[in-house]
Write a protein that binds this ligand. Structure first.
Ligand SMILES: Cc1cc2nc3c(=O)[nH]c(=O)nc-3n(C[C@H](O)[C@H](O)[C@H](O)COP(=O)(O)OP(=O)(O)OC[C@H]3O[C@@H](n4cnc5c(N)ncnc54)[C@H](O)[C@@H]3O)c2cc1C
Length: 382
């Protein structure tokens, strides 16, 4: 079997893998970096089925990886977008209380934001209810550093930068296994439709395989009982009369059942939608089963729930204003059967990194995660 020799192999051309390739090639010039991606193009899985929100870092536990990488990644992403002309908007966000029981949660969120190094300022009920034309509003928080980004354009930029510095993208190529390893090298087996299976020897291995990341990590860390379970998030589009209806994103207080609560987001063209919800019904499926993206009849039956959640934020909403849009899949990490609510970066040796459970705010955190791993590699390289 033929063996290719390179310095760094990254599995996955989602936003995280692309950012890794950009960071490695920028910091360590002359390095041979290869991305192995099973699809024909980048960003076909999680990175193209989400809300495109640049989060501020409000919701996450103090000192968690999510808090740390989100707050840092937020600043890095704005700077990157400005420098490389990636369309984005620092629109800000309101988190609104519409029930008495929401008010203590707002207070907690404001405290959490401060301890994470983010900002979330109180807004009184009356001015906010007037501004949002919503008499249900009992108060809220204003997050000035939240925004939206064109995530496709971001990935285009990251790919261009990495390729411009010599990174090679092996599309339609699947990681199969790690055949062998020594202290300094990894021998990987991959396959593509033309060449079949072949080997790549590398000095560093970065697993950014999203929904497939635990399956790969287990080959390096057989002692760890890790798995990724899929948790679907459904989106419903809002009719054209709501295009450009808001200047700021509007979120409810987070759902105690998980997720941030069905919220109003919009893209840079002003098209708005509601979502995502939290649907565990397919959690026993293979996480990267493409059928999980299909809107089934059962999915359509939750339209009424979306309408009722949406109506609390948009009093003028009518049932006919919403329609099924798309579904995103969260890569929920479980370890020894218990849910892990944070990003995890595991290593089985000095030069392999496995990024696990990179759900929201992964898009926001992407440049900070890439900076962390590439800096860690740089310290191992003379
Ligand atoms: C519903 C939802 C909403 C979200 N909203 C936001 C938000 O508003 N803001 C935010 O900051 N974050 C958000 N996120 C999180 C963000 O989208 C993710 O953290 C990010 O896109 C993850 O990127 P990734 O590169 O890790 O995964 P992916 O984009 O899935 O990339 C992984 C790649 O690995 C490839 N791969 C897997 N296995 C193999 C293999 N064996 N061989 C070769 N290739 C392989 C896959 O084909 C895939 O292309 C959201 C996520 C979801 C699900």
């Amino acid at each position: 079997m033929e063996t290719a020799e390179v310095d760094v192999v990254i599995i996955g051309a989602g936003v995280i893998g692309l950012a890794m390739a950009e960071a490695f090639t920028r910091k360590l010039s002359g390095l041979n970096v290869v991305i192995v991606e099973r699809h024909a193009r980048f960003g076909q899985e999680i990175s193209s089925h989400h809300s495109e929100v640049i989060h501020a870092g409000i919701y996450y536990k103090k000192s968690s990886n999510k808090a740390r990488y989100c707050v840092l990644g937020n600043q890095m992403l704005y700077e990157f977008c400005k420098k490389f002309d990636v369309p984005h908007r620092n629109c800000g966000k309101y988190i609104v209380a519409t029930r008495e029981t929401d008010l203590p949660i707002l207070r907690q969120l404001s405290d959490d934001a401060v301890s994470n190094g983010a900002t979330a300022n109180y807004v009184d009920s009356r001015p906010l209810a007037t501004k949002l034309a919503n008499p249900n509003v009992l108060g809220g928080l204003w997050s000035p550093t939240t925004g939206i980004v064109d995530s496709h354009a971001l990935m285009v930029r990251l790919e261009q930068l990495a390729q411009g510095r010599g990174a090679i993208l092996l599309y339609r190529t699947e990681f199969v296994t790690v055949e062998d390893r020594t202290e300094n090298t990894y021998l990987l087996k991959v396959q593509d439709p033309e060449q079949g299976q072949y080997l790549i020897r590398c000095r560093a291995f970065i697993n950014c395989a999203g929904l497939g990341a635990a399956r790969i990590a287990r080959k390096f860390l057989p002692e760890k009982q890790i798995e990724i379970r899929p948790c679907r998030g459904r989106y419903f589009s809002l009719s054209g009369k709501f295009t450009d209806a808001w200047r700021e994103l509007i979120y409810p207080v987070p759902d105690p059942a998980g997720g941030l609560g069905v919220h109003i987001t919009f893209d840079l063209a002003g098209k708005s939608r509601l979502g995502p919800d939290v649907d565990w019904s397919a959690s026993d499926s293979r996480p990267d089963d493409p059928r999980l993206y299909d809107f089934t009849e059962r999915d359509q039956s939750v339209q009424e729930d979306f309408y009722l959640s949406g109506k609390r934020l948009i009093p003028q909403l009518e049932p006919q204003d919403i329609a099924p849009d798309y579904i995103g899949i969260r890569p929920k990490l479980f370890e020894s059967g218990a849910a892990v609510e944070d990003f995890r970066i595991y290593q089985s040796g000095p030069c392999d990194w496995h990024l696990l459970g990179i759900e929201s705010p992964g898009l926001t955190s992407t440049l900070a995660l890439a900076d962390h791993v590439s800096s860690a590699f740089a310290t191992t390289t003379p």
